[in-house]
Every structure is written in C-alpha cells, then in structure tokens.
Design a binder for this molecule. Structure first.
Ligand code: FES
Length: 118
C-alpha cells in the first residue's frame, strides 16, 4: 500500500472540497466537521460529479438527482435522500447502485495523505 501526499491541510480547509488525481481515479478530498474525508468524485448513481455536491451532517448530496452519501462509509443515507429517489427505492437493498467508494486519509503536520493500494 502506498502513502501519497495529495494536498496541504491549509489548502483543503480553505477550499473545503478538492479533487485530486490518483492513478486513474479522481478522488474528492473534503474538509467537513473538522475532519478530512476522501471519496470517489464520481457518483455511483449516474456519474455526477460530487465535487459540486452539498455537504451537510457528515454527508454529501449529489446535485444531479439528490442521492445522499455518508462520508465515512459511502452508504446511501436513506434518511436524507431526495424525495423522488425515496419514492423509487424504499430501502438500501432496492438501490440499483452500490455505495460511494471511500478512501483512507491521514494527516501529518500540514500534509494530507491517501493510503492507496491500487
Ligand atoms: S448522478 Fe448522482 S444522484 Fe444521480
């Protein structure tokens, strides 16, 4: 597993969301609730860009169709999903797409690292 420096904590704190390229992926680094999160930038529903998403209560909502993902687990938050989506899918088992991939971020001094095994 590699440990890759992706940005500075200062920069992430200023921007709150920052897309970095690691291998062939675009990873969305997020500073939210005094915590650094790392998730895939591509929404697993229909490939919306989560860098444009809304952060709230430890989750990110894709603005394309309103799917809301927990930033820690990547699981869909059925309690915060858009109403139209909620009508189509009653629970997590009904969803025709998987969770949002999440990655492990580490801090050291002012640097943010990703643990990467691809
Ligand atoms: S593309 Fe993200 S909710 Fe549809």
């Amino acid at each position: 597993m590699k440990r890759i420096k992706v940005c500075s904590l200062d920069e992430l704190k200023q921007k709150l969301k920052l897309v970095v390229e690691v291998g062939d992926r675009k990873v969305l680094m997020i500073y939210h609730q005094n915590t650094v999160f790392a998730v895939d930038n591509v929404c697993p529903h229909a490939k919306g860009h989560l860098s444009e998403g809304r952060l709230e209560e430890g989750s990110i909502t894709c603005l394309n169709h309103g799917t809301c993902f927990d930033l820690r687990t990547g699981k869909v938050r059925m309690d915060m999903i858009d109403e139209d989506m909620a009508e189509m899918f009653e629970d997590l088992d009904d969803l025709p797409f998987g969770p949002l991939p999440t990655f492990v971020a580490e801090l050291e001094n002012d640097s943010v690292f990703l643990l990467w095994d691809e």
